[in-house]
Structures are given as C-alpha cells and as structure tokens.
Design a binder for this molecule. Structure first.
Ligand SMILES: C[C@@]1(CC(=O)O)c2cc3[nH]c(cc4nc(cc5[nH]c(cc(n2)[C@H]1CCC(=O)O)[C@@](C)(CC(=O)O)[C@@H]5CCC(=O)O)C(CC(=O)O)=C4CCC(=O)O)c(CCC(=O)O)c3CC(=O)O
Ligand SMILES: NC(=O)C1=CN([C@@H]2O[C@H](COP(=O)(O)OP(=O)(O)OC[C@H]3O[C@@H](n4cnc5c(N)ncnc54)[C@H](O)[C@@H]3O)[C@@H](O)[C@H]2O)C=CC1
Length: 221
C-alpha cells in the first residue's frame, strides 16, 4: 500500500455503523469532510459533529445515501460482514473509495486503510502496518508524537524563508542549501520547541546565522 494525502475539503464521507470504530472514523474525516453516519444505534458520545441518521444500512438505503451524498469515501464500520459487503459494493459501483474496518490484507484495488496519524499542522505523519498490526501503528504514532514536536512551526518557518530568499533574488541552489540547513539545525529546533516567547528572537538569530553562512560560503567558493 502507498500512502497519499487526500484533501477532503468540500467532499462527503458516508460512515456505515455507529459503534466506537464508526465514531473514530467519523471524527477523523469530520476535520475536513461533511460526514454522515448511518446506523440503527449510536454507541459513542463523540462523532465529531457528523450528521447521524438512525437507519439500518440495507442495500437500498445505502444506494439512496450514496446517490444523495456522492461521497468520496464510504467507511464500512458495522459489526455485520454482510452489511459491510453491501456498503463496499454500493460504494464501488458509484466510484467512491472504500474503507473496511473489518478487513485487513487482500484488499480490492480501490480499498483504502486509515493510518495512525500525528499532526502538528501543517505537518502530518501517517503510520500504516499494511493492516497487519493496528495496535503497533497506534504505539508508533504515540512515540512519533514526541519526535515531531515543533515540526509545524518548522514547516511554516522554512516555507517563509524560501519565499523571502526567492524575493531577495537568491539563486535556487543557494536557496535550497539554506532551507536544508535550517530544517536540519538543532539550535533552530530547540528554539522552536521552547515555550519561552523570547525564543522567537532565538529562532530568528539562528536562522539568520545559517542563511549568512550558506550564502557567504558559496560566495567565496
Ligand atoms: C486495516 C485497518 C482498516 C481501517 O480501519 O482503516 C484496520 C483494521 C482492523 N483493526 C483492528 C483492531 C484494532 N484497531 C485498532 C486501532 C486502529 N486501527 C486503525 C487502522 C486500521 N485498522 C487499518 C490498518 C492500519 C494499519 O495499516 O496499521 C488505526 C491505526 C486508525 C484509525 O482507525 O483511526 C487505529 C489507531 C488510531 C490511533 O490511536 O492512532 C486497535 C487498537 C486499539 O483499539 O487500541 C485494534 C485492537 C488491537 C489489534 O487487533 O491490533 C481489527 C481487528 C478487529 C477484530 O479483531 O475484530 C481490524 C480488522 C482486521 O485486522 O481484519
Ligand atoms: N478498523 C479498526 O480500527 C477496528 C475494527 N474493528 C472491526 O470493526 C467492527 C465494528 O467495531 P465496533 O465499532 O467496536 O463495533 P460495535 O459493535 O460497537 O458497533 C457496530 C455498529 O454497527 C451498527 N450496525 C449494525 N448493523 C448495521 C447496519 N445494517 N447498518 C448500519 N449500522 C449497523 C450497530 O448498530 C453498531 O452501532 C468490529 O466488528 C470489528 O470487525 C474493531 C476494532 C478496531
């Protein structure tokens, strides 16, 4: 399986099944998509603000919801394999992606798996075990959470730096070297992770030193 980042803004997601797994998937996709959950009962308190429709997902009902919502993705998350089969078949015939919560391995070509995900916006890190061990995916996600602290700020900082250097007419190769040096710099990471607001100054100083170093070195060689 190959991970891709999918922009769900403006898209719909249909979740079939309102247990704790359906709720977790609904919360996940409700960050961006319009989510509708179809289920005869709802066992979790938090569906991320998704619309909840109390109905059994038989094939006719599912076809109706898929036709109405035109979802990019259908999540089959019931405890009933027959219903999950029907949800997957209806989704496929409508050209939607399918996520089956009760399947791993030997997937149809259009199936997707939901990875364990760490966010420090705009950075996301996704862990998949190819469906073999979701518990391991979760554990690795917890470990990575500490490792990427500050990555969101680093992404914004380096994107800003790239823009500034471009505007200043710095040629592409030198720009690339400077940005690469900044994202690898321990002093910059340390300052970004600091909760001390005066470290904004430390970040700026560390970046300025690196940029001057890279630009100067390459001037003189
Ligand atoms: C294939 C996949 C399809 C999909 O759902 O997309 C799938 C399938 C199955 N999960 C099962 C069980 C568990 N799933 C979790 C947790 C998570 N499961 C997630 C994803 C995936 N699960 C996809 C593969 C991802 C990959 O490639 O690794 C995570 C990462 C993302 C998310 O769901 O948000 C989320 C962690 C979120 C986080 O915290 O970061 C736990 C841990 C726990 O609950 O503590 C357990 C119990 C322990 C265990 O069994 O491992 C079972 C057996 C059910 C049974 O035995 O009845 C199946 C079905 C099967 O294996 O056949
Ligand atoms: N992918 C994952 O991360 C995990 C997947 N699983 C799998 O996912 C399934 C669901 O797990 P839970 O949410 O814990 O189960 P659950 O039993 O708590 O919830 C199942 C939900 O499906 C609903 N449902 C039953 N028939 C339906 C129908 N015809 N139409 C619509 N909804 C229907 C039920 O009302 C209930 O709300 C499990 O049976 C298991 O196979 C379990 C743990 C983790």
């Amino acid at each position: 399986m190959i991970p891709l980042a999918f922009d769900f803004a403006g898209e719909s997601v249909l979740v079939v099944g309102g247990g704790s797994v359906g709720a977790r998937k609904a919360r996940r996709f409700a960050r961006e998509a319009r989510v509708v959950v179809v289920s005869p009962s709802f066992a979790d308190a938090d569906f991320g603000g998704a619309a909840l429709v109390r109905a059994a997902g038989d094939a006719a009902t599912l076809r109706e919801f898929v036709a109405r919502l035109d979802p990019a993705l259908v999540v089959a998350a019931t405890d009933d394999a027959g219903t999950n089969d029907a949800a997957a078949a209806v989704a496929r015939s409508a050209g939607a992606l399918v996520n089956r919560a009760d399947h791993a391995g030997e997937r149809a070509f259009d199936d997707v798996a939901v990875p364990a995900t760490v966010r420090d916006d705009p950075v996301t890190v996704a862990v998949s075990t190819g469906g073999s061990s979701p518990a391991l995916a979760k554990h690795l996600r917890e470990r990575i959470e500490e490792t990427i602290a500050g990555a969101g700020a680093m992404a914004s900082l380096s994107a800003g730096l790239r823009g500034d250097l471009r505007e200043a007419g710095v040629p592409p190769e030198r720009r690339r070297d400077a940005v690469r040096a900044v994202v690898r710099s321990e002093p910059v990471w340390k300052a970004l992770r600091s909760t001390d607001s005066k470290d904004d100054q430390a970040v700026g100083d560390a970046v300025a030193r690196i940029v001057a170093d890279v630009v100067d070195t390459e001037h003189t060689t």
